[in-house]
Design a protein around this ligand. Sequence first.
Ligand SMILES: [Zn+2]
Length: 282
Amino acid sequence: MKIDFPQQPFTSIEPFKEWYFEQAAKNVQGSVKGNITLKLPRWSEDEKKYVFEWCRKEIPFPKKVLLMYAPNAQTLYSYYNESKNKYVIALTTSFLLLTAMPSVAKAGIVHEFGHILNGDCIRYILPKYRKMSNEVYDVAINANIQRTDIDNLYKALFDSKGGCPHVPNIAYPKWGLPINETGWSFEVAMDAAYKYDKEQPDKETFTETPIVGDIIRVGDDFGRVTKIDGSEVTTERMDKQEAIDFLKRMKKVFDGDADAIAEAIETEYINVIEKLGGQCSL
Ligand SMILES: [Zn+2]
């Protein structure tokens, strides 16, 4: 990637974002807006080495936590790798740019540590709770991270104008809970968030807008969304065997098989985490 790192790391978000999108523009054809991570060229081996070393130098890392590069992921995420008996934090391509503003990059990693420490990566979630569970996790984690850092992380990763909405003073009142600045327990917040979500009008009538990487049904076949241009959705057909294999893998994913989830995110089904209710994604 062509990047001109600043002489001094950034300490405020506005100049950082300006620099971030300038660097992105040098590496991406067309406009750079929103979440640019999937548009950026993949890390070279040297860039990967730089990022991993940066993380381990800047942040005290428990031995049980590994880093992974996930070029197909839209956001940082973490999961438990059963075969290695280690937790893994997966980094997006955009994370390389985030290292130019250490407080933001650190907030991302610390947020993932939060998922690991709170047991989010190994918790069984009843299917009915899956839609809201990640938001519930995130609020509890973000309650314990410097608010400016979490807002800045959100602004950088998602090119958002406002800060992160997954914080106690925004999310808890919305769910009908008193504000608890240290975070409500999972059970209390989950119950309130679930009830809140169920009461939202018309929620059954909304059709989900597909995003690139989604698998959608095309008549009797399946297709993978490869491009979205306004309301036009381009898909790549999958044959029957491919669809069967896909469904088998998805079953494992939905059963909470950590390796299958990781593989799905890493390979083709970049949106699979959102379908799981966002389990462990940022
Ligand atoms: Zn999260």
